[in-house]
Design a protein around this ligand. Structure first.
Ligand code: NAP
Length: 283
C-alpha cells in the first residue's frame, strides 16, 4: 500500500514525540528543523532529512508544522528556500503550532493561490500526551481537506474536531490557553497561600487531586511543584505569546488582563522554564 508521505517541520518539545508517533504508525516521514542537531534522533528512527522547507515539500504529500510562533511560520513559508518558494501544487500543509488566526488566514490564502491547501490544527495537551498520541486537536479549514488528513491527525490525538474555517482552530486554542494561564496562576497562588499558613504542599495537592477540583493539570503540575522540577514541558514564554495573541483577538476580561501581567513580568527570569514556574515568580 502506498502510504501518504509526510514532511515534518519543527522538532521542539512537542514536534519530536509527535513526529515519532507517525513513524511508529508506519508513515514515511521526512523532517526539517532549523537547528540541524535535533534531526539526529528522528533519523535514527528511520526518518529522512530535508535540507530546507522547500525540499521537504517537494518530496512529500502532506507537511505538518510544529514551531514556536508567527515569526517562525513567516520564516518557514517566506524565508529563503521556504515552503512558498516550492514549485508544487496539490499539497496539504497543516500548521499545528499555536499562532494567530490572522497568520493562518494569510497562509491559507497564499497556499490556495498556488493550488495547495492549508489547515490550522493546534493542539491541547503537552509532551506526555504527544508521546502517547493523546492530544486534542482543533482544526480550522475546509471539510474536504480535513477529511483527507483526519486519519493522520488521529494518530497524534485522541480527538480531532473541525471547528470552523481557517483561523478558527487558532481562535479555539487561544481561548483554551487563556484558561490554562488562569489554572496555572490559580494553582500557584493556592499552594503559596496554604504553605504560608502551615499546610504541606504534598498534603494540599493530595486533597485537591482527590476532590472535585483535581484534574490532569493539577496532578502533573502538582508533581512538578513537589519535586521542584521546572524543566519546560510547556515553556512559560509560550503562554506569554498566547496571552498576547488572545489580547490581539480582543480578550480584555479582568482575569485575562491579570494573567497577562503576571506571566509577562515573570518571562525574563522564567521564560525558558515550565509554565508552572510562575509559582517561583509569585512566591
Ligand atoms: P519549542 O520546544 O520551543 O520548539 C520550537 C520549535 O520551533 C523548534 O523546532 C524551533 O527550532 C522552531 N523555531 C522557532 N523559531 C523558528 C524560526 N524562526 N524558524 C524556524 N524554526 C523555528 O516549542 P514546543 O513546546 O515544541 O511548542 C511548539 C508549538 O506548540 C508552540 O506554538 C507552542 O505554543 C505549542 N504548544 C506547546 C505545548 C507544550 O506543552 N510544549 C502544548 C501545546 C501547544 P530550533 O530547534 O532551531 O530552535
Amino acid at each position: 500500500m502506498n502510504m501518504t508521505r509526510i514532511g515534518w517541520i519543527g522538532l521542539g518539545n512537542m514536534g519530536i514525540p509527535m513526529a515519532e508517533q507517525l513513524l511508529n504508525a508506519g508513515y514515511p516521514v521526512v523532517v526539517y528543523n532549523r537547528s540541524k542537531a535535533k534531526e539526529a534522533a528522528l533519523k535514527n528512527l528511520g526518518a529522512g532529512i530535508a535540507p530546507s522547507p522547500r525540499a521537504l515539500l517537494e518530496e512529500t504529500d502532506v507537511v505538518i508544522i510544529m514551531v514556536s510562533d508567527d515569526k517562525a511560520i513567516q520564516d518557514i513559508f517566506d524565508g529563503e528556500d521556504g515552503l512558498l518558494s516550492a514549485k508544487t501544487s496539490n499539497k496539504i500543509l497543516i500548521n499545528m503550532s499555536t499562532v494567530s488566526p490572522k497568520i493562518s488566514k494569510e497562509m491559507a490564502e497564499r497556499c490556495k493561490s498556488v493550488g495547495s491547501f492549508y489547515l490550522d490544527a493546534p493542539v491541547s495537551g503537552s509532551v506526555k500526551q504527544a508521546e502517547t498520541g493523546q492530544l486534542v486537536i482543533m482544526v480550522g479549514g475546509e471539510e474536504q481537506v480535513f477529511q483527507k488528513v483526519k486519519p493522520i491527525l488521529d494518530k497524534l490525538g485522541k480527538m480531532t474536531l473541525l471547528v470552523g474555517l481557517n483561523g478558527a482552530g487558532n481562535t479555539a486554542k487561544l481561548a483554551i490557553n487563556s484558561l490554562l494561564a488562569l489554572y496555572a496562576q490559580g494553582l500557584a497562588e493556592t499552594v503559596i497561600f496554604a504553605n504560608k499558613n502551615g499546610i504541606e504542599t504534598s498534603d494540599l495537592l493530595n486533597l485537591i487531586n482527590n476532590a472535585a477540583l483535581g484534574n490532569i493539570f493539577t496532578k502533573i503540575k502538582g508533581e512538578a511543584i513537589i519535586s521542584d522540577n521546572y524543566k519546560a514541558a510547556f515553556a512559560l514564554k509560550h503562554i506569554v505569546k498566547d496571552l498576547s495573541l488572545a489580547r490581539d483577538e480582543g480578550i480584555s476580561s479582568p482575569l485575562a488582563k491579570t494573567a497577562f501581567d503576571t506571566f509577562k513580568s515573570a518571562e525574563q527570569t522564567y521564560g525558558e522554564s515550565d509554565i508552572i514556574a510562575i509559582i517561583k515568580a509569585l512566591d
